[in-house]
Design a protein around this ligand. Structure first.
Ligand code: AMP
Length: 209
């Protein structure tokens, strides 16, 4: 099973990918996670990528394509993978095709900007566990009562100026991929504003899992 999850930041691609990996054993590959790891480790790639990421801009295609190709060449990808956050531009999608990577389905996460803004602005990462929480009223999952504000970290690119820019970048550079994959008859839409249990009801039959 080789899947692409396509959708704006904050659409819940990571959460849904986690659900599918639990159910099928395929691996989730998030280029955002790989890049954040490279930044944390201070690698050459990380140094080049950091300023783009902090501003909510896309990291140049050549860097991300190289990173992704190395990752999918690893043996744990043999049974399949979910690409979460890649491709994000037409040249990235073309690079996948040129490399002969066959994709079975592209899941298009449909969601309104206002829902994305609400989710991203409240998103926090619990430092100790790496788990994601949402501090907005009614946000899911809410931090537990034992968590202090200093235990929770906000990504630089989840700050308001960067969120607005990421949505704009998504519309301009990534949304054209919807028609790219529709024309290849690979696209399936899901309503990403629903919660995980409802999404599973819609998605699992599409994937046959
Ligand atoms: P994400 O965690 O998927 O929201 O990614 C965080 C940031 O990493 C993005 O805002 C980009 O700066 C960068 N990034 C992740 N994936 C890609 C990609 N496929 N192409 C270019 N930049 C990317």
């Amino acid at each position: 099973m080789r899947l692409i999850f396509l959708g704006p930041p904050g659409a819940g691609k990571g959460t849904v990918a986690h659900h599918v990996t639990q159910k099928t054993g395929v691996v989730q590959i998030s280029t955002g996670d790989l890049l954040r790891e490279a930044v944390k480790n201070g690698t050459e790639l990380g140094k080049k990528a950091k300023s783009y990421m902090d501003a909510g801009e896309l990291v140049p295609d050549a860097l991300v394509i190289g990173l992704l190709k190395d990752r999918i060449a690893r043996s744990d990808c043999a049974r399949g993978f979910i690409l979460d956050g890649f491709p994000r531009t037409i040249p990235q999608a073309e690079a996948l095709e040129a490399a002969g990577v066959q994709i079975d389905k592209v899941i298009n996460f449909r969601i309104k900007d206002e829902v994305v803004i609400r989710r991203l602005s409240g998103r926090r990462i619990h430092k100790k566990t790496g788990r994601i929480y949402n501090v907005n009223p009614g946000g899911y999952p809410a931090p537990t009562s034992d968590m202090k504000p200093e235990d929770l970290l906000q990504r630089d690119d989840d700050k308001p100026e960067a969120i607005a820019n990421r949505l704009e970048v998504y519309r301009r550079q990534t949304e054209p991929l919807i028609s790219f994959y529709a024309s290849r008859k690979l696209l399936a839409d899901i309503d990403a504003a629903k919660d995980m249990a409802e999404i599973a009801v819609e998605l699992d039959p599409i994937l046959g899992i």
